[in-house]
Design a protein around this ligand. Structure first.
Ligand code: GTP
Ligand code: SPV
Ligand code: MN
Length: 590
């Protein structure tokens, strides 16, 4: 077995070396490649990926540094049914996770991994989740046989030598092992071992299943560590609202997968909001910890965006379009004859001819979609024209507001504010959303997705609610909690709210609320805005339209309360009594 490095020395860390040797002995690769994260290494790996047909070069004049990847058509989204939390007892994983006994899962995976890398290269990818030098940052090492994973991890995390430097001689790092195997859904397991700080993922090459720093470490293992260590790992974007006077307010928001985090994090305010600016700290994950001053501080553990392509265009998200114009890996979008990319909802007319995400010829007359609905881009955050400098700040940013929001055609008004932290936790815990293409499942069906963490909580969801409630005691100045819904529809099945940049109008109300500058109306469900408290300049939106958008319909809410039962019954044994009281209070207010 040969070993390659690209500039980096093989680290002297005995724990890391012993583990890498152990994995090599099991998987028997032809060679081992230690990734250093350098530019030269990127070039080398990219050339190799092109030779192997894993990547295809795109039109370098239009899209410099951009490449195309097509995944196996059976492997295009996260697979919640094959995702496991392997804790000593089933109780610890809780009723919302698939559970397997660690010893059994290790044995099963070991058998699958035996000789799995024969004749192939095994890549060792050290990485940081979090800014260099932050006390909140964690070290991970992912061993993978996928060159696509290495190139994506390079974008999504601070990868290579920087992580080895932070690790030094330490042994506190997440061990992630990934092999595509033969990409067979019957041998696809995304397994987490929280007590061992370990992840093993086999049988898939799709982002959320295999970029192990992201959902596996930063959320599933992260949430477990956070509960034990007094911090929170959340499926939240982080943004900064800067007023014309230069006043900065930091906001975190949890929306389920494919429900608008990337869009909201990069929002461009309408022209009438002169002097207002939104900058991005993160678009998917927040790690939050109480600071010495009693406020809740957040970092974005990631360094790039793994974003949904369909619907991204110059009107909906110009900053994303600028971000993905270079140094981006596109996965499962459509290809045009001139080496450009296309997806449903991109600007301009559809191309007369294209190759669809499966590699088949496509024309606008085709019945199938050109790009997969969950096709994605992987782009470095440094490309974002509105990247906040704070994204690299080891101290993080103090959060003033937390927003929860799902995709709801009915029931949920545009925005309301909770009465207090416990009520806010109840709003997050009972959040519902329609299923999207980001995970395999029934599209459009409303399911409870507490805090947008249903697929990502690495321990018992009831305990997770307890953790949220108990965090209040550590935070002297807690963020205010809000609920939003960009997706309410009218009788004509059209969205009632324009969304995207116009969400700034909601954000401004939220900022004004947390700064005590605006009144609100008390309703059964929480504090709501009055029409006259919104900044309407530049948008023709009548009082009547706003009333329909904000309507609280008692019949719909009675159904909503019944739907919560599904979750409450499932979690009954560990459900905090505070949440049961909140439901009772809401019910009596209704
Ligand atoms: P993940 O990466 O899966 O976690 O998704 P995300 O939460 O970052 O969602 P993203 O911003 O990529 O948006 C997903 C889809 O929602 C896209 O098709 C967007 O066009 C659409 N979307 C985002 N914001 C809005 C909005 O304000 N209104 C409407 N109607 N659609 C929106
Ligand atoms: C999500 O599904 O919430 C994503 C994409 O952000 S993935 O990384 O695949 O989980
Ligand atoms: Mn996400």
């Amino acid at each position: 077995m040969s070993t390659t490095t690209f500039g980096a020395k093989i680290p002297a860390n005995p724990t890391l070396r012993a583990w890498v040797e152990e994995v090599a002995a099991l998987t028997t690769p032809e060679s081992i490649f230690w990734a250093d994260g350098s530019e030269a290494e990127k070039q080398h790996l990219t050339e190799q990926a092109i030779r192997q047909g894993v990547l295809q070069e795109l039109n370098q004049e239009k899209l410099p540094g951009c490449y195309y990847h097509r995944s196996n058509s059976n492997d295009v989204a996260r697979v919640e049914q094959f995702t496991f939390i392997c804790t000593p007892t089933k109780e610890e994983a809780g009723p919302t996770n698939n559970w397997a006994a660690p010893a059994e899962m290790y044995a099963k995976l070991r058998a699958l991994l035996e000789g799995a890398m024969r004749g192939r290269t095994m890549y060792v990818v050290p990485y940081l989740m979090g800014p260099k030098g932050s006390p909140m940052t964690k070290v991970g090492v992912e061993i993978t046989d996928s060159i696509y994973v290495v190139l994506n991890m390079r974008i999504m995390s601070r990868m290579g030598q920087v992580a080895l430097d932070q690790l030094g001689q330490g042994s506190d790092f997440n061990r992630g092992l990934h092999s595509v195997l033969d990409c067979n859904p019957e041998r696809r397991f995304i397994s987490h071992f929280p007590q061992d700080n370990a992840i093993i993922s086999v049988g898939s090459g799709y982002g959320g299943n295999v970029l192990l720093g992201k959902k596996c470490l930063a959320l599933r293992i992260g949430s477990y560590l956070g509960r034990n260590q007094g911090w929170m790992a959340e499926h939240m974007l982080i943004l900064c609202v800067e007023s014309p006077a230069g006043e900065k307010t930091y906001v975190a928001a949890a929306f389920p997968s494919a429900c608008g985090k990337t869009n909201f994090a990069m929002l461009i305010p309408p022209a009438s909001f002169e002097g207002w600016k939104i900058t991005t700290i993160g678009d998917d994950i927040a790690w939050m910890k109480p600071g010495a001053d009693g406020r809740l501080y957040a970092i974005n553990p990631e360094a790039g965006y793994f974003g949904v392509a369909p619907g991204t265009n110059l009107r909906s998200n110009p900053n994303a379009m600028a971000t993905i114009a270079r140094d981006t890996i596109y996965t499962n979008v459509a290809l045009t004859p001139d080496g450009d990319v296309w997806w449903e909802g991109k600007d301009g007319e559809p191309p007369a001819q294209a190759t669809d995400w499966k590699g088949a010829p496509w024309t606008p007359a085709s019945r199938e979609k050109a790009a997969h609905p969950n096709s994605r881009f992987t782009a470095p955050m440094g490309n974002n024209p509105v990247l906040a400098p704070e994204a690299d700040d080891p101290a993080g940013v103090p959060i003033s507001a937390i927003i929860f929001g799902g995709r709801r055609a009915t029931t949920m008004p545009l925005v309301f504010q909770s009465f207090n932290w416990i009520h806010g936790v109840y709003l997050g815990a009972t959040m519902g959303s329609e299923m999207t293409a980001a995970a395999a499942g029934t599209l459009g069906e409303v399911r409870r997705d507490p805090m947008a963490m249903l697929p990502f909580c690495g321990y018992n969801m009831g305990e997770y609610f307890h953790h949220w409630l108990s965090m209040r005691k550590q935070i002297g100045e807690p963020p205010q909690i809000f609920h939003v819904n960009w997706f309410r529809k009218g009788a004509d099945d059209k969205f009632l709210w324009p969304g995207f940049g116009d969400n700034m109008r909601v954000l401004k109300w939220i900022v004004d609320r947390v700064r005590g500058r605006v009144a609100a109306r008390e309703t059964a469900i929480g504090w709501t805005p009055r029409y006259e408290d919104f900044e309407w300049r530049g948008l023709d939106y009548t009082r009547e339209q706003f009333a329909e958008l904000m309507k609280i319909d008692p019949t719909e809410w009675r159904r909503e309360l019944m739907l919560q039962d599904e979750l409450y019954l499932k979690l009954y044994e560990r459900l905090p009594k505070e949440l049961i009281f909140q439901r009772e209070l809401l019910s009596s207010r209704m």
